[in-house]
Design a protein around this ligand. Sequence first.
Ligand SMILES: Nc1ncnc2c1ncn2[C@@H]1O[C@H](COP(=O)(O)OP(=O)(O)OP(=O)(O)O)[C@@H](O)[C@H]1O
Ligand SMILES: [Mg+2]
Length: 246
Amino acid sequence: MSLLRLENVTKRFGGLVAVDRVSLTINEGERVGIVGPNGSGKTTLFNLINGVYIPDEGRVIFNGQDITRLPPYKRAPLGVGRTFQIPRPFASATVRENVAVGAMFGTMGGQLSVDQCLDMADRYIKLMGLEAHSEKPAGSLTPVEKKLMEIARALAMKPRLLLMDEAMAGMHPKDIDEMVQLIKDVSDKENIAVVAMVEHIMRAVVGLVERVVVLHQGSKLVDSATKEALEDPKVVEVYLGHPPEE
Ligand SMILES: Nc1ncnc2c1ncn2[C@@H]1O[C@H](COP(=O)(O)OP(=O)(O)OP(=O)(O)O)[C@@H](O)[C@H]1O
Ligand SMILES: [Mg+2]
């Protein structure tokens, strides 16, 4: 059974159709990239999946349940985890506390004691290589460290689906390669499906995802295996404007 299914989802802002009858299936443990030029509807599509927006038309099915109208805080316990493009941590709380909040409001929420949430936090802080910063206020982290903390927090939610919003932007290529490997490993090991929105990092798309969905003016232009999608003339034309360098 598919983990996530979008059925003809449409979202309008006034007269503008930001997402136009998009249907999409994500299987358990699968890693899919959402790409497309500026304004093509990527962020809006993401927000329809995580519940920030309710679609004007269409349905969102997660794990067999209709979640079309559920707010984000009711999706998280079902297993919809996400990172934010612009991390908004509790700045004065420590990194450890911030990540523990993920555990508290994730799929294990209510089943874990505070200590267990902190243990969970430690585990993913370590995975992201942030041990040295664990007791620091989150606000003192560099932008890249904040992104790593975001990923740790999302993983501590024990999601079945991890939505990554530009989580690797601003990282050095070497760090991106390392991050891609980390995410792949944890996705395989914990059977977490990943939907990554990547605007400009072709490297991450190619390394991380098996399939690519290309949006263009709110519609799904292409939905195919990564290599095939990147070589598709339609994609080269609307998205890259030129062939991929990597
Ligand atoms: N809250 C909003 N109110 C009005 N229009 C919006 C809103 N959010 C997005 N839009 C419009 O919807 C369209 C799709 O925007 P969206 O942010 O989803 O695109 P995107 O692919 O994420 O773009 P980018 O690459 O610039 O982040 C754009 O034309 C945008 O101006
Ligand atoms: Mg966007």
